[in-house]
Design a protein around this ligand. Structure first.
Ligand SMILES: Cc1cc2nc3c(=O)[nH]c(=O)nc-3n(C[C@H](O)[C@H](O)[C@H](O)COP(=O)(O)OP(=O)(O)OC[C@H]3O[C@@H](n4cnc5c(N)ncnc54)[C@H](O)[C@@H]3O)c2cc1C
Length: 493
């Protein structure tokens, strides 16, 4: 916790904390990685509590309305594919297998139903406030809620807060960003009542502001819109922003990327703020204020300047700004950029991830898609020096560059399945996650349909990501590498 020391020191009186319950596994944070962690742990037979600060589930894809699940349509393993199928069957919004998009309200509802079906005890409106420990072993978590301060006892805890709040409270080491500089934050928002026909016509005449708009692409966008299917458009209006000094608060160094998930409505990725840390309250408050002003400034600009937006309105600014990067908990293994570039294999691998670096640093954007996948070893899930806990999601143990691929939803989700399964197996066997034999974990994950390693991926699927098993695993160095100046439009996440 940050803040200046109170002088003279102020101590809260000690008090006995009521127990909310005792569980095999307590999953902390019901977002991208927390949802699969809780489902996976419960399916192993563990008694599971899931703790979430908001009144709904999902994390970034719902609380920050991030609908682009890159790679989902090409993903064919484990709980993520099952979740995507459930989203498709729910039949509200786009089919994720067709275009990698999931409508946020659908995600909230499908996650809720799957957790209930799995028998997970859901605790919403609970803020994680600390841990209980015996020596170096975490034995539970403390939460604050309308019911007051309470303890959830746990044989194993999973930290899926995105920020590593629980692991940090337990004393785990962590690092932040590139030399302490964190990736920028973005508050998405939705604009409705857009006249798409007028916008497409203007687009056709002003292609310089858009990325990759050929006649074919424009025709594809029009037919997607006519069929009410999801589509994505990358643009950069910042040269036009410069012509509107009368509109205050327009962002600098940002693009105008949109996903269309509902007719006549854009989910907009266009605001940007740097130099803020998502684990510092004052920074978060400033980021929300600055980016909300940016959102309204962008909308005013669009209404004034861009055909099709004349009658548009902002229909939603989500619960919170999207935080790309905070703590990376340092584990027994720290996945590095070099591990990724070498498509490294590890004997204790428990999952794989496609490699697509996507770094929104203050002075540079890096978008780099590499070939193949990399193994993620179990050590990335085990915070050094702390027992009884696994971590998952964007807080997984890795360096700044590797984090930019680990943070993607496809990977964060899979890591949740791994961390939840490990916690459950350890709790049920009466050992710590670190003592759990990795071969046992790998066997359970394979049974649940996850590719635990590159080797397993190629064994179970003849053709993966367009590459056959007998092809060399090396990447094409420098291919598909783009280092952008902040003003350039990129397909960014
Ligand atoms: C602006 C933006 C754009 C992105 N674009 C893409 C993209 O196009 N494609 C892609 O694949 N990925 C994208 N990402 C990355 C991806 O969305 C995230 O990295 C990923 O969703 C993080 O998953 P997570 O489980 O670690 O955290 P989250 O999904 O954030 O889940 C954390 C959960 O923990 C809860 N929580 C946190 N702290 C506490 C606490 N103290 N007490 C109780 N509950 C707590 C939160 O409310 C939340 O539900 C983007 C991210 C951002 C911010």
């Amino acid at each position: 916790m940050q803040g200046s020391p109170v002088s003279p020191p102020l101590f809260e009186p000690a008090r006995a904390l009521p127990e909310a319950g005792a569980y095999d596994v307590v999953v902390c944070g019901g977002g991208t990685s927390g949802f699969p962690a809780a489902v996976a742990a419960a399916r192993e037979g563990a008694k599971v509590a899931l703790i979430e600060r908001y009144g709904f589930l999902g994390g970034v894809p719902t609380a920050s309305i991030m609908p682009c699940w890159h790679g989902l349509s090409r993903h064919h393993s484990g709980l993520l594919t099952e979740f995507a199928q459930r989203v498709a069957d729910f039949d509200q919004g786009p089919n994720p297998f067709e275009n990698d998009h999931i409508e946020p309200e659908t995600a909230k509802m499908v996650m809720l139903e799957m957790l209930i079906e799995a028998g997970v005890e859901i605790h919403l409106h609970n803020w994680l406030a600390g841990v209980t420990r015996e020596g170096s072993r975490v034995t539970g978590v403390i939460t604050e809620s309308k019911s007051g301060r309470r303890v959830f006892r746990a044989r194993a805890v999973v930290d899926t807060t995105g920020d590593g709040d629980v692991a940090a409270a337990a004393g785990a080491d962590y690092m932040k960003g590139r030399d302490g500089k964190l990736q920028g934050m973005t508050l998405r928002f939705r604009i409705g009542h857009i006249d798409l026909a007028r916008y497409f016509a203007w687009m056709s005449e002003n292609r310089g502001f858009f990325r990759g708009i050929t006649d074919e692409r424009l025709a594809a966008l029009k037919s997607a819109a006519a069929a009410e299917k999801a589509f994505y458009i990358g643009a950069d209006f910042s040269p036009l922003y410069a012509e509107h000094p009368e509109i205050p608060n327009l962002p600098e160094g940002s693009y105008f990327n949109v996903s269309c998930l509902r007719p006549g409505e854009f989910s907009v990725n266009a605001t940007r703020i740097y130099g803020v840390d998502g684990t510092v309250e004052e920074d978060l408050t400033r980021a929300e204020i600055v980016s909300r002003r940016q959102a309204y400034a962008i909308w005013r600009f669009l209404r004034r300047r861009i055909p099709g937006f004349e009658k548009s309105m902002i229909v939603d600014v989500p619960a919170q700004i999207g935080v790309r990067e905070t703590r990376c908990i340092l584990g027994d293994h720290v996945l590095t950029e070099e591990d990724c570039r070498a498509n490294r294999e590890f004997p204790d691998s428990v999952m794989t991830t496609r490699i697509a670096f996507d770094i929104h640093d203050v002075d540079r954007y890096v978008i780099e898609t590499l070939k193949g996948v990399v193994d993620v070893p179990y050590g990335c899930f085990l915070p050094r020096g702390v027992e009884g806990i696994t971590v998952a999601g964007r807080t997984l143990s890795c360096d700044h560059v590797a984090n930019s691929t680990i943070r993607k939803m496809e990977t964060a989700f899979q890591s949740g399945q791994v961390a939840g399964t490990a916690a459950a197996l350890a709790a049920l066997a009466g050992v710590t996650p670190r003592e759990l034999p990795v071969s046992r974990l790998q066997a359970h994950l394979e049974k649940a349909g996850l590719y635990v390693s590159q080797e397993a991926r190629y064994r179970q699927s003849e053709v993966v990501l367009g590459r056959r098993r007998d092809e060399p695993t090396g990447i094409v160095a420098g291919k598909n590498v783009t280092v952008h100046e902040p003003r350039e439009a990129v397909s960014a996440a």
